[in-house]
Write a protein that binds this ligand. Sequence first.
Ligand code: GAR
Length: 201
Amino acid sequence: MSVKVAILLSGRGSNFLALHGAMERGEVPAEIALVVSNVGEAAGLAKARSLRLPTVSYPHRLETSRSAHEAKVLKALRNAKVEWICLAGYMRLLSSAFVAEFPERILNIHPSLLPAFPGLDAQAQAVEWGVRVTGCTVHLVDDKLDHGPIVAQRAVPVHDDDNALSLSARILTEEHKAYPEALKRLLTERWRAQGRRVVFA
Ligand code: GAR
C-alpha cells in the first residue's frame, strides 16, 4: 500500500519533482495525493498540473488570518486522505494547531546544516559567514521555523569563489537525493523521535 503524501510548496518545485520522480520509479513507497500552494502562480504548481496531479492553491494574502488559511489547507488535506506532508520550499510557518493534526508526519527540507542558518536565504547566510562546509537538512516539522527533530543531513564544501547562486546549486543537488532518501527511510524503517534527532532502529 502506498502512502498518500501531500506536497506544500511556494515556488519552483524542484524538490517536489525529485520526490515525485523517486515515487514514480518505485524508490519511495508513496504517491502524491495533493499539491498545495499558497502562491497561485508558483512554478511548482504548474509543474504539478502538467503531471496531472491534483492541485489546490490558497493565496494566503486573501485570508483574514493564519488560522483561516490553514483551515482551508487542512480541509483539502483531509479530503485527499493525506497521511504525510512534505514541505518543499513552502515559505509559511505552520501553527502548532496545524502541526498537531499530523504529529510526526510533516517533513521539511532546509538548505543548511541546521541549526546553522535557519530562515530565509540560508545559502547567502553561509557565504556571508565564511563557513567552509554547509549542506541541507531534512527534519520533522514542529511549530518553530526550520526546527524539528533531524532525520538526515548532507554536507557540501563552500569554495572561495562561491556566491549564493553557485552554492545553492551545489546544495540543491544534495537536497534532491536527501529528501527522497529520508522519506523512504521514514516510511519503511522503524524509527522514533528522540530529543533533537530521529533515531532509526
Ligand atoms: C530549497 O532550497 C529548500 O531547501 C528551501 O527552498 C528551496 C525550494 O526550492 N526551503 C527553505 O528555505 C525552507 N526554510 P524548490 O522549490 O526548487 O524545491
